[in-house]
Write a protein that binds this ligand. Structure first.
Ligand code: GLU
Length: 511
């Protein structure tokens, strides 16, 4: 029988969720949904030094905002609970001990000072950064170099120790990666990683293997930065006798900075003025806030669609995919090997596409906080009429890239424009035009039908009567109603702001 697909996202709660992390979530999620499998969120919090307060909740909130809900998680529970490694601490020791008993791992009693000394003593041209490995381990204090009596004695005295994996010499360890194909590593180049720390906590390397096994994970997708750790993990699967249950691996390409090479970092975002986190993240220690896509005014669906395309292609020209369509089209084999350059302009393009495709009722709800904030800032006390906001949303959505643009593009529907760009019309202005507008404004009083069409017809006829070119009157009318050279159709604007306000704005223009 085919095993049920089970994938996991295994973040360490050390800070904000970088968009590369969200993409890892997304690819896991899509794969699970496509194969009718389970998507597990496991929190890898065994490194107490890197633990950051609030980061776990933040990660869960990000997944929630993106609509990528896990099936099992610390919050939801599930058949393999607990899903937080710190709460599973008690179960790793047994496996580390098993490895020691079988000769695949050993106790190491070295102090911090001794480790530092090794790094200086063994620095040679060919080992510029000496590590704890086959070259050095027999010079250190561990259960391979010491006699059995000494080891027993040290253990009896409760001497602090760690358990390290004993990397074999000259073994080629091969991994078949779903994206990269065969990748080989020389075991001699890998150090004897710590598996269990002196405080009894496992390190990531031991915990990830034990938990992937116990949680019956069938496919492990993670960032490319974990590729160098893969030989250690593969050996652990083998040494623990679980090789036949080892998940299939896929190491996802990095997301690269838009300019130059290298991984997109928080600093690149600050430098180039775009977010790299899904949502605002405030570092609890420094109090510094990094901007998020959510707070910048991205729709989660657009953000997710953009991320899907960052390093994956559907094999067609299609770019806009709903989550359901992504589930149908996604295949891990189509994920690129090479890194994907992040393009903020393209992200904004996606957002605009999604805004255009969103119904006006939903948009009105999304835009409301921005309109309210804008009004507050302009010192206008007003209750926003949701019917009006829906119609405004429909008129301006094409022009909105980010949600705050609904205020920029639509403020004049809710408040008289504070500034009027008189300079835009001054040059061609004259007394005749002045009179035309004064008279047309008065004539509006008698309009029984107040809509775009009636207004346009009325305006056109009135201009003809006065022997004026309509084309020359449109910009002044726009400037009067909007304040600047932008916005949707000017008669549609007049229709929405109403008779009284239209008359008032026309009459209040003095040049
Ligand atoms: N805890 C690791 C991280 O923070 C997970 C790596 C993996 O998925 O194996 O990224």
């Amino acid at each position: 029988m085919e095993k049920k697909v089970r994938v996991r996202f295994a973040p360490s709660p050390t800070g904000g969720l970088h968009l590369g992390g969200v993409r890892t979530v997304l690819y896991n999620y899509l794969f699970a949904r496509k194969h009718g499998g389970d998507f597990v969120l496991r929190v890898e919090d065994t490194d107490q030094n890197r633990f950051v307060e609030g980061a776990e909740q933040y990660i869960m909130d990000c997944l929630h905002w993106c609509g990528l809900e896990p099936d099992e998680s610390p919050e939801k529970g599930g058949p393999h609970a607990p899903y937080r490694q710190s709460e599973r601490k008690y179960l790793y020791y047994e496996y580390a001990q098993k490895l020691v008993d079988a000769g695949y791992a050993y106790y190491a009693f070295d102090t911090t000072h001794e480790l530092e000394k090794m790094r200086t003593d063994f620095r040679k041209d060919e080992h510029s950064v000496p590590q704890y490995d086959q070259n050095t381990r027999m010079h250190m204090r561990n259960s391979l170099s010491l006699s059995q009596e000494e080891v027993v004695h040290l253990l009896e005295k409760n001497t602090p120790y760690v358990i390290r994996i004993k990397m074999p010499e000259h073994r080629t360890i091969t991994l078949t990666d779903m994206i990269r194909g065969e990748v080989s590593f020389d075991s001699s180049l890998v150090d004897d990683k710590v598996l269990l720390k002196a405080d009894g906590m496992p390190t990531y390397h031991l915990a990830v293997v034990v938990d992937d096994y116990l949680m019956k994970i069938t496919h492990a997708f993670r960032g490319e930065e974990w590729l160098p750790s893969a030989p250690v993990h593969i050996l652990l699967w083998e040494y623990l006798g679980w090789k036949q249950d080892m998940p299939e691996w896929a190491h996802l390409p990095l997301i690269l900075k838009p300019d130059g090479n290298g991984k997109l970092s928080k600093r690149d975002g600050e430098r180039l003025g775009f977010p790299v986190f899904a949502m605002n993240w405030t570092d609890p220690k420094t109090g510094d806030t990094s901007k998020g896509f959510r707070e910048m005014g991205f729709l989660p669906q657009a953000f997710v669609n953009m991320l899907a395309m960052l390093g994956w292609n559907p094999g067609s020209e299609q770019e806009i995919f709903s989550l359901q369509e992504l589930v149908e089209h996604f295949s891990i084999e189509r994920v690129h090997k090479g890194g994907a350059k992040f393009d903020f302009e393209k992200s904004k393009w996606f957002n605009n596409q999604y805004i255009q495709r969103t119904d006006n009722e939903t948009l009105a709800k999304l835009a409301l906080p921005y309109i309210e904030a804008g009004l507050r800032k302009s010192g206008v006390e007003a209750n926003v009429d949701m019917d009006l906001l829906q119609r405004v949303a429909g008129l301006v959505k094409e022009r909105c890239t980010l949600l705050p643009d609904f205020w920029e593009q639509g403020h004049f529907f809710f408040a008289t424009p504070a500034a009027i760009d008189v300079a835009a019309i001054k040059e061609k202005w004259n007394g005749q035009k002045q009179q035309f507008f004064a008279e047309w404004a008065d004539s509006l009083e008698s309009y029984t039908e107040w809509n775009e069409k009636a207004l346009e017809t009325g305006f056109t006829e009135f201009a003809a009567q006065k022997g004026l070119k309509k084309g020359e009157l449109m910009l002044p009318l726009r400037i009067m109603l909007v304040g600047g050279k932008f916005g949707p159709g000017v008669f549609a604007i007049a229709e929405l702001i109403g008779k009284e306000e239209t008359m008032k704005r026309i009459k209040s223009l003095h040049l």
